[in-house]
Design a protein around this ligand. Structure first.
Ligand code: SAH
Length: 234
């Protein structure tokens, strides 16, 4: 496991973040991890990453008390931070290796990206809501996540500049699987994407060759929608 916080000194406005991970928070986090284990998440590498990342720092202050409940919460711009169970579930399917370069579509709060980085991966994450992009980029930088690069843009096009990726994860519910994402996968790579309108089924595509993909379907979830275009800060 890589050290979570780098040695860089955070900027004064965020100084408080690094000192706000108390024993109480750690205890609540451990309890959350235990409850995920009883819900069937058995991958210890994923569970240790969830035990490491201070989820309460990725939520609005008003929800801090509930940061370690297994629930989704509003993060502004009508979006939510995914439920820990969902984050764990997608991360298990990704089978993260420390050498992986991973593209995440839907930065949101930055929490999922932080979990991937805590497992040693290099993460490229893209968000279409400018206020969330700005806020999460700041937070991740100030928490010392220097293996995460944040981008503002429409993830339906992927992020061609840094392709191909070992893994791609979509954290919004997609009506269809964008071809651009499949094309930006390394051969042997995985794309994890929730597909559907009202509810979504979790799909994993494995790129077998230039033109062939294996498709696997898993459980049902409910995500915020995967939308085209971008929303600028108002
Ligand atoms: N991974 C996030 C989950 C946030 S919810 C977290 O850990 O908090 C999903 C996010 O996907 C929302 O912030 C939404 O704005 C974003 N999103 C939806 N469609 C998108 C698109 N086409 N490109 C980039 N981001 C998108």
């Amino acid at each position: 496991m890589v050290p979570l916080f780098s040695k860089t000194v955070p900027s004064p406005s965020y100084l408080s973040y690094t000192v706000q991970d108390s024993y109480r928070h750690k205890g609540l986090r451990k309890r959350l991890v235990d409850s995920l284990r009883t819900r069937g998440i058995t991958d210890e590498k994923v569970l240790s990453a969830l035990a490491m990342v201070p989820r309460h720092l990725f939520l609005e202050k008003a929800f801090e008390e509930h940061a370690y409940d297994d629930k989704a919460f509003p993060i502004g711009s009508e979006q939510t931070i995914s439920q820990p169970y969902t984050v764990a579930y997608q991360t298990v399917l990704l089978d993260v290796q420390p050498t992986d370069r991973i593209l995440e579509i839907g930065t949101g709060s930055g929490y999922q990206a932080a979990v991937l980085a805590a497992m040693g991966a290099r993460v490229y994450t893209i968000e279409r809501q400018e206020p969330l992009y700005i806020k999460s980029r700041e937070l991740l930088r100030n928490l010392g996540f220097n293996k995460i690069r944040c981008f503002f843009g429409d993830g339906t096009q992927g992020l061609a500049d840094f392709a191909p990726y070992d893994k791609i994860i979509v954290t919004a519910g997609a009506p269809v699987v964008p071809n651009a994402l499949r094309m930006q996968l390394q051969i042997g790579g995985y794309l994890i994407i929730p597909v559907g309108e009202e509810i979504q089924y979790m799909y994993r595509y494995t790129r077998l060759s230039e033109t062939e993909f294996k498709e696997e379907c898993f459980d049902a979830f409910r995500f915020v929608p995967f939308l085209e275009g971008v929303e600028k800060k108002r």
